[in-house]
Design a protein around this ligand. Sequence first.
Ligand SMILES: Nc1ncnc2c1ncn2[C@@H]1O[C@H](COP(=O)(O)OP(=O)(O)OP(=O)(O)O)[C@@H](O)[C@H]1O
Ligand SMILES: [Mg+2]
Length: 578
Amino acid sequence: MWKYIKHYLHFALLAAAFMVGEVLMDLIQPQLMSRIVDEGVLGIGRGGSADLSLIGNLGLRMTGLVLFGGLCGSLNNVFVHLSGQNIGNEMRKDCFGRIMAFSFPQMDQFGAGSLITRVTNDITQVQTFFFLFFRGVIRTSMLMFGSIFFMFRLSRRFGLIVLCAFPLITGVMAVCLIHANPLFKKLQEQLDKINTILQEDVSGIRIIKACVREAYEKQRFGAVNSGLVQTQSHILFIFALMNPLMNALMYGVAAVLLLTGSREVHFGSATPGSIMAAITYTTQLLNGILMLVMLFQNISRGLASWRRIKEILVSEPLLKDGDFRRESDVKGEIRFKDVSFAYPGNSRLILKHINFTIHPGETVAFMGATGCGKSTLVHLIPRFYDVTEGEVLVDGINVKKYRLKDLRSKVSIALQKSELFGGSIEENISWGAPEAGPDAIRRAAETAQADTFISELADSWQTVVAERGMSLSGGQRQRISIARALVKDAEILIFDDSTSALDLRTEARLYRALKETYPNSTKIFVAQRIASARRADRIVVLESGRIAACGTHEELMASSRAYRAIWDSQMGEEERDG
Ligand SMILES: Nc1ncnc2c1ncn2[C@@H]1O[C@H](COP(=O)(O)OP(=O)(O)OP(=O)(O)O)[C@@H](O)[C@H]1O
Ligand SMILES: [Mg+2]
């Protein structure tokens, strides 16, 4: 945390200095009040005659002190906020940077909901922590220790009474905090769950409505929310127990002080003014302790949040850059050498002993039943995950040896689920390669068969796409995603079931255009339909993570039972669409 504090230390120190000013003013006032009563009103030391000019003089000084104290308080507030907000901003930026550098397994591990809670709510908690620390803790602890110091100056006995009560008060506080601390961590974890459900349900609201699952989702949300309320109540209960205990201790101390003080006044060893000052100091002290209790609640929560933020900040990207810099002579060759793969933290092998080579410029289609590992296989080419066994080579070099940036500029992928960003269509396509000019964008859109529908939209290329592309049809979204992948002009193009929402005629035009416009790129399709796959130079059939067959459509029809079974199941569709 020091890394962040040190940049804004100047604000923090200024805040602390103004705080010292504010507290000193609070501490001097009871002394002046005591003099007003003893010397001004009761005339102690002046034979019992009141001194109006002294009262006026001290009254003016007190007013000055109040104004100065108020000014110091306001300035402290300003600088505390400045440091807290800047520290929060830095943390947010750093967390975001880390998340952007996360590898896929790290995203899987944290989960989107938790990451959102950490970057928003947890950072706000840490900001509150800073605010309370600099305003609250410093102020109350200075006020408390100052009060004890001035009490000793008034009378040693007063000081001792307060000091004796101190261990008792801090003991009660410590017990409560020890019990409350783990609950704050639990509270943030429950917030994670709430955010995860919220995120899922808000983005999936259409399907929830379509399936009339509103009540179920409300119940799911309600269950997590009740858990949160339960933890909050538990924390409240602890502090609700603590408050009356602290109050009792506080008033006990005040009573003992009054009792001792009145005896001392009676015997002439103390003045009424000093008793008044002692009571004011006791009130300040006890209010300080109560305030500290409240502060500790927030501070424990802030520290729990800080630990969660730290987990993001210390997470190094799992996939490290390699050091290969040279350009290879081969362009677009892919080779899998005995590749097996299991998702991190999961022992089940999704891919088993995969061997194949795809030559530069070749078009290969991957087919197979749903869940057999097609997406997983193509994700290994741009190194979204590292293989468990074997090697994936691009242009003869192990993908682990590339700088990720270089590898991913060679490999362009249109993912199975098309994700668009809020912005114009043109921006969404050029997002794949910000340096691409208008001609490249048009060319990519034409190849993806997207130009016709784009020009028919109200604002054509400038039409703004709603969040996640919801204002477009599934097929339109897919074509924009394909255009986005094409605009990069990469050597290897991967389309993971990216044409599933297109009608067969549009799909056929797209494949033809791809072949003509990008003749030298290696093209990999994941396809469900034989009508799509048969256009490829080679078809690879996967079965439960293994290669079951590989060859042209005709070869597979002659030799592969698995392929013929798919053909038989799609025959009707094939015949119909030619
Ligand atoms: N991030 C992940 N963590 C753990 N397991 C996963 C993950 N992603 C996929 N799987 C599992 O890996 C297996 C293969 O998934 P994959 O997405 O590669 O299938 P697929 O062949 O592309 O299927 P589809 O045709 O439905 O897209 C599935 O059993 C799936 O449950
Ligand atoms: Mg898939």
